[in-house]
Design a protein around this ligand. Structure first.
Ligand SMILES: Cc1cc2nc3c(=O)[nH]c(=O)nc-3n(C[C@H](O)[C@H](O)[C@H](O)COP(=O)(O)OP(=O)(O)OC[C@H]3O[C@@H](n4cnc5c(N)ncnc54)[C@H](O)[C@@H]3O)c2cc1C
Length: 412
């Protein structure tokens, strides 16, 4: 049997695993990335139905990796304004100007990001990639850990980075306990066209049945994420395209005129998941394998990218003994849990508060939005949170020009 030996094996070539592996070009470690699927391909003609809103800190990280200049040419759409409102008339608008930036984030197709990362990694001598390589089992020994793949390949290494998503096999095999719950919601994702589009603006409406987001795309169309109860999602899925467009226009208060569906709709089950530990023995978790959150506010991939940046910094900030230093992984875990958990709790609170069956609660939250819209300091705090530029960021994800601005708490 063929056997390979590496310092680090990253299981999962999603956005987070690839970003971590790409960052490791600055290290002396030999790294292998394996993925059960095929290599990602960016389709020049067709828009990938899965898009991510990438915030400023994630952009800074991808810029440092040299990946952003490639990804941004692949139909990445900047947005300068975010408008948020709810069914009781509460309204808030965030603008990039308020934090002296040109934009608040970019909407980028998933394949645009992952294919750019793969292209970059292919140029790196100490990082290898293997697709169609699914992890089946692991066997931890005193001085190494062995991975057995479904295709019969055996690999040994000193550290496994579990970047294999919400259903992480690495996490299950390492017996890391989790807390998991369904939101009893599904997200309908689709590309739509509006009769009165507004360029470079992202929108979020909090409906009682769940949040509805419109993310702008470069061709003037939008990617929508309509989170709703499972029953409502089934109804929406079965509607004719015309009726779906009419219901969507109404649910969105005709803010962009009449909306029509382009292509198909896809639905995702929504759940929350929290790994109790981010490391165990010779295994460390990043991204969705450690935490799955509600897609409202589009933070999941962004949190994962910050995990990747933090793990890179944790490993490279220490000598070669780093791969077995548990105190160091504990620091990584504390760092990332203290960043991830408050965001997860905030997403839960927003989803349940704005989705409350109580008119009074929704009314209070709506008034809160409108009042916050008038208080510059509070608003700037929220904008920083949405852009990922607050808190204890990895150095590699810091925006130097923004730091001086964001430290000022004076109103505009
Ligand atoms: C509807 C929706 C909209 C979203 N919108 C946003 C947004 O706008 N912004 C944002 O930041 N986040 C968003 N998210 C969240 C975001 O998509 C995820 O947080 C992110 O994709 C997680 O990345 P990951 O690399 O950790 O995992 P994944 O993308 O799930 O990648 C895991 C990889 O591991 C591989 N794998 C799995 N098992 C194995 C195995 N046994 N062996 C080998 N490989 C394996 C898989 O093939 C896959 O490539 C959204 C989520 C949803 C559902």
């Amino acid at each position: 049997m063929h056997q390979l030996d590496f310092d680090i094996v990253v299981v999962g070539a999603g956005l987070v695993g690839l970003a971590f592996a790409c960052a490791m070009k600055n290290s002396s470690y030999r790294v292998l990335v394996i993925d059960a699927g095929e290599p990602p391909i960016f389709d020049e003609q067709d828009i990938d139905i899965r898009v991510n809103s990438i915030h400023l800190a994630s952009q800074a990280f991808l810029e440092t990796l040299g990946v952003w200049p490639i990804a941004v040419t692949k139909r990445a759409c900047p947005f300068r304004i975010i408008q948020v409102w709810n069914s009781t008339g509460g309204f808030i608008e965030f603008s990039a100007k308020e934090i002296n930036q040109t934009h608040l984030g970019h909407v980028v197709e998933q394949n645009a990001l992952t294919s750019s990362l793969v292209a970059q990694i292919e140029e790196i001598s100490n990082v290898e990639l293997k697709f169609s390589a699914a992890l089946a089992s692991i066997n931890e020994q005193t001085d190494q850990i062995r991975l057995h793949l479904e295709n019969g390949l055996e690999i040994s290494c000193r550290l496994i980075v579990g970047a294999d998503g919400g259903n992480s096999v690495v996490r299950r095999l390492s017996k890391i306990p989790i807390t998991e719950d369904s939101y009893h919601q599904k997200a309908i994702v689709a590309q739509v066209e509006a009769s009165e589009p507004k360029r470079e603006t992202a929108f979020q409406k909090f409906l009682t049945s769940g949040p509805l987001a419109f993310l702008p795309l470069t061709d003037g169309t939008y990617s929508i994420v309509w989170s709703c109860t499972e029953r409502r999602a089934r109804e929406l899925r079965d509607l004719d395209d015309d009726v779906f467009g009419a219901e969507l226009s109404e649910a969105f208060d005709y803010r962009l005129g009449d909306i029509s569906l382009i292509g198909r709709k896809v639905s995702f089950d929504l759940r929350k998941l929290r790994a109790h530990a981010y490391f165990m023995g010779r295994v460390v978790l990043v991204g969705d394998s450690a935490h799955v959150i509600h897609p409202l506010a589009g933070m999941g991939a962004n949190l994962g990218l910050m995990d990747a940046a933090a793990l890179y910094e944790t490993l490279t900030g220490h000598g070669n003994g780093a791969l077995t230093d548990h105190r160091m992984f504990r620091r990584y875990e504390r760092w990332r849990k203290s960043a991830n958990h408050p965001v997860m709790m905030l997403m839960d609170a927003l989803n349940s508060g704005f989705g409350s069956s109580s008119d009074a609660i929704r009314g209070i939250l709506g008034t809160g939005l409108t009042l916050t819209n008038q208080v510059h300091i509070a608003k700037r705090t929220l904008i920083r949170l949405a852009c990922g530029i607050s808190g204890d960021l990895p150095e590699i994800a810091k925006i130097s020009t923004m730091n001086s601005d964001t430290q000022k708490d004076t109103p505009n």
